[in-house]
Unconditional design. Structure first.
Length: 381
């Protein structure tokens, strides 16, 4: 049986090569509000059907939907797809309000369909390698993680004015839903890999502090926000988001355990570094080694990836996230990043906004894995 997939939001074409590298899967539909563009993209990529109306695509014979629209549409579109009997692969973040996350969780639980969260930073090869090192115990007991998402995206908050002035002055959805927010509005790239390295733990509370406004007064988002996530076990995660400052891109994670540590790249061209207690040496003489020295610990499917799979995006990660989604649809495995992960990781954004507006107040994280509603958990507290 061929799994027929529809993509909503043309940026979701990043998954195209991944689906086409798998047997028994086919991209049969593409949906986007820009009718002229969606037809052009479909012709270019050989996709047989196009839609401007999302509900029309859901009424077709597709089996699954890739949601890659603006983030405030993710929950309504995911719920509509699940209720129409379609499997869902949804881009980040999962939603934009706490109520939405509970609606999503409850809809997935009432459905017999797969919902998977497409946090592709978890699938970057180096992060998969680190995950294997953690599982093998080489880093000991992991108790601290640090993630950065430093990416000046201010230009994406505006698009060219249709009047033809040639200036970017018409606001996009990012002007409100991203740079119009305080706190860590986009935590999952930084957080997701670390949560996988701390598998089995959950976030107990969130607090957030901002640097103030120094670079660009047009936005409510502060230049830098620091978010602290206290885990149920007592372990700690620190996240930095900075989408305003004048500086180059950096997005990486670091990890500390009782037997070693890993540092992500600090700048373009830099590489991951590792130190293990087994390397020996007094503190002053300890030196880093390239993480690539430990490539033997890379998961087998990454070692054996074809050139086509490696070229799928994010150094092959975009292929493997699609592979896991398809395998979940076939019943071969559970969703690698499920709705509970999606809700908890996304809730960091929502709680960080409340925290930073209340002077860094500690905000409790609800347990999305428990039965019942958010109100039920608050009443019990």
């Amino acid at each position: 049986m061929t799994i027929k997939v529809g993509i909503v939001g043309a940026r979701g074409l990043s998954t195209l090569q991944g689906f086409r590298s798998l047997p028994d899967t086919e991209i049969t539909a593409l949906c986007d509000l820009d009718g002229e563009y969606v037809q052009e993209a479909a012709r270019e990529h050989g996709i047989p059907r196009t839609y401007r109306i999302y509900e029309d695509m859901l009424d077709s014979d597709i089996d699954a939907v890739v949601i890659s629209t603006p983030m405030h549409l993710h929950v309504p579109q995911a719920i509509a797809a699940l209720q129409a009997g379609k499997h869902v692969l949804c881009e980040v973040t999962a939603g934009v309000t706490m109520d939405e996350l509970w609606w999503l969780k409850e809809t997935v639980e009432a459905s017999d369909k797969v919902y998977m969260f497409a946090e592709n930073y978890c699938y970057i090869p180096q992060n998969q390698l680190i995950n294997n090192l953690v599982k093998q115990g080489l880093l000991g007991d992991i108790y601290y993680g640090e993630g950065e998402y430093v990416h000046d995206v201010r230009r994406l908050a505006f698009q060219f004015n249709r009047a033809g002035s040639g200036e970017r002055n018409a606001p996009t959805w990012r002007k409100y839903w991203q740079l119009g927010k305080r706190g860590n509005f986009y935590p999952t790239h930084s957080l997701g890999p670390i949560m996988k390295w701390m598998e089995g733990d959950r976030i107990r509370s969130v607090s957030c502090f901002g640097s103030g406004w120094h670079t660009d007064p047009r936005f409510r988002q502060e230049d830098t926000s620091i978010t602290l996530c206290q885990m149920e076990s007592g372990k700690l995660i620190k996240l930095r988001t900075d989408c305003i400052s004048n500086r180059p891109l950096n997005a990486s994670q670091s990890l500390q355990g009782t037997k070693g540590c890993v540092e992500g790249p600090s700048f373009l061209g830099d590489g991951h570094r590792i130190w293990l207690d087994s390397m020996g040496g007094e503190p002053e003489q300890r030196t880093w080694r390239p993480l690539s020295d430990f490539n033997d610990y890379m998961p087998e499917r990454y070692k054996n990836a074809t050139e086509e799979q490696r070229n799928a995006g994010h150094w092959g990660g975009d292929f493997f996230i699609v592979e896991d989604f398809v395998n979940a649809i076939k019943g071969l495995q559970k969703p690698a990043i499920d709705v509970y992960d999606a809700c908890e990781w996304t809730a960091v954004a929502l709680l960080s906004e409340l925290s930073v507006m209340n002077g860094g107040r500690v905000m409790d994280m609800p347990d999305f894995r428990k039965s019942g509603s958010y109100a039920d958990q608050i009443i019990k507290l």
